[in-house]
Design a protein. Structure first.
Length: 387
C-alpha cells in the first residue's frame, strides 16, 4: 500500500487501488506507525513544501527504510537541493504520470534492499562484517585504479560476495571512465546526509556495474572535491562495510586526511609500486610512514605492477630497495590498456590472462582466506600527535 497525503483524484487514479489517502502529514505518520511494513509516502502538491521537507527529515531518522516522494507543481534547483538534504528520495512534477510511477517503483526496490541490509547487519557478528581494502600508491602512473577495479571485480566473481568499489580520488577519479559508467550519482551527493548517513542514503549513491559489484564514483564537478570532509569518508566506509562483504577503496597518490581516514578503517592495505626507482623510493617512504603511524604490518601487502618490465631491476633488487617482501607481482601486458579502453576489467573480459591470474590469486590468498584483523589505534595516536 502507498500512503498519499492530500492526493487529489488524479494521483489516486495514477497509483491504483492499493492507496491510502490521508489529508495531513500527521495522519500519514500515524498510518506508518500502524503498519510497520509500509515503506512509501507520496506527498501531493497541495502540502506546503516546508511541511513536506520537515516530515521527510524526521522520517529519515525515525524510519530510514521508508521513502518519501514529493509531487510539486514547479520543480527547481533550490527545491531539489532542499529535498535531497531532507532525505526526499525523488521530486516529481505534477502531471508527469510515467515519472511518478517509476519513482514509486524505484523507492520500493530501494526500501526492500535497505530492509534486507539492515537485517543482515543486525544478524551479523561484528567480526564477520565486510572488510575494507585500501589500494594506495604514493606515485601516480603505477596502475593503481586498474588494480583497484580488477581487484574489486575479482572479489565480486566469488559466489555470494557483494563488493563495493569506492573512488576516493575526489579531484581526479578515473574509476567511472575506466569502466565506462555515467557518473549520475557521486560521493558529493552524500554531503546533505553528512552526520546522519544510513544504509538507505548510501544505497542511493551507488552505481551498479555488474551483479555483485556496486561503485561509489568520484565527483565530476570542479570544486566538489574540496567540499567533502574526511569525516564523511569515514561515515561512508562505516556504513558500506555493513552492506557489503568487501569495500575496495581507490585513493589519490598522496597522503591526505581522507586517505588516512580510509587507512584507519581498513582491514588491509594494498601498497602498489612499479619497478622503477622513483616509485620504489615513494613506496619505501610509504612503508616508513605507515610504521611511524603504528599501522600493523600484518594487514599490508606489497604489489609490484608491470613486474616483468625489462628495466634493469630484478625482484631481489626491488626487495632490497623497499626492505619488504613482495606479495604479488602483476606482469605487464598490452591487454590491460585494451581492457580499460573497452570498459571491461581484464579479470572479467579475459579471466585466463596472466594478469587476471595474478590478481585473482592475490584476492583469494590474501583477502578471502584471511580473517579480518583488529584495527590498530593508529588514528588516536596520530590525532594526538598532530594536536
Amino acid at each position: 500500500m502507498t500512503i498519499v497525503c492530500r492526493p487529489g483524484d488524479e494521483l489516486i487514479a495514477v497509483l491504483g487501488d492499493d492507496v491510502l489517502p490521508v489529508d495531513r502529514l500527521d495522519d500519514a505518520h500515524r498510518a506508518l506507525m500502524d503498519d510497520p511494513a509500509e515503506d512509501l509516502v507520496v506527498v501531493g502538491p497541495r502540502i506546503a513544501a516546508d511541511e513536506a521537507l520537515g516530515f521527510a527529515a524526521h522520517l529519515r531518522l525515525e524510519r530510514p527504510t521508508t521513502g518519501v516522494i514529493l509531487v510539486r507543481e514547479h520543480v527547481d534547483v533550490a527545491l531539489l537541493t532542499e529535498a535531497l538534504r531532507a532525505g526526499v528520495r525523488e521530486v516529481v512534477s505534477a502531471g508527469d504520470i510515467a515519472s511518478l510511477v517509476a519513482a514509486c517503483e524505484r523507492s520500493r526496490a530501494l526500501s526492500e534492499r535497505a530492509r534486507s541490509e539492515l537485517r543482515s547487519a543486525d544478524d551479523a557478528d561484528p567480526a564477520q562484517r565486510g572488510k575494507v581494502v585500501t589500494v594506495f600508491a604514493a606515485k601516480g602512473g603505477c596502475g593503481k585504479t586498474t588494480i583497484a577495479v580488477n581487484l574489486a571485480a575479482a572479489l565480486s566473481t566469488v559466489e555470494d560476495q557483494q563488493v563495493c568499489l569506492v573512488d576516493m580520488d575526489l579531484a581526479f577519479g578515473d574509476v567511472a571512465i575506466s569502466v565506462q559508467l555515467d557518473p549520475v550519482r557521486t560521493i558529493s551527493d552524500a554531503l546533505p546526509m553528512s552526520g546522519h548517513l544510513d544504509t538507505t542514503g548510501a544505497a542511493s549513491l551507488l552505481t551498479t556495474f555488474r551483479p555483485g559489484l556496486e561503485m561509489l564514483l568520484a565527483p565530476v564537478t570542479p570544486g566538489d572535491a574540496e567540499k567533502i570532509p574526511a569525516g564523511l569518508v569515514g561515515e561512508l566506509l562505516t556504513v558500506l562495510r555493513g552492506m557489503f562483504d568487501f569495500v575496495v577503496v581507490d585513493t589519490p597518490a598522496q597522503f591526505s586526511e581522507h586517505v588516512l581516514t580510509a587507512m584507519d578503517l581498513s582491514d588491509h592495505h594494498v601498497l602498489l609500486t612499479t619497478p622503477d626507482t622513483p616509485a620504489l623510493k615513494n613506496l619505501r617512504i610509504t612503508l616508513d610512514m605507515l610504521d611511524l603511524l603504528s599501522y600493523s604490518r600484518d594487514i599490508r601487502s606489497v604489489v609490484v605492477n608491470r613486474s616483468d618490465s625489462k628495466v634493469g631491476l630484478s625482484t631481489g633488487d626491488v626487495e632490497r630497495v623497499v626492505r619488504s617482501p613482495l606479495d604479488v607481482q602483476v606482469p605487464s601486458s598490452r591487454s590491460v590498456p585494451i581492457s580499460i579502453n573497452q570498459g571491461t576489467p581484464i579479470v572479467i573480459g579475459t579471466p585466463n590472462h596472466p594478469v587476471s591470474h595474478a590478481i585473482v590469486k592475490f584476492a583469494h590468498e590474501r583477502l578471502l582466506s584471511r580473517p579480518a584483523t583488529a584495527k590498530t589505534k593508529a588514528f588516536a595516536r596520530r590525532g594526538a600527535g598532530r594536536r
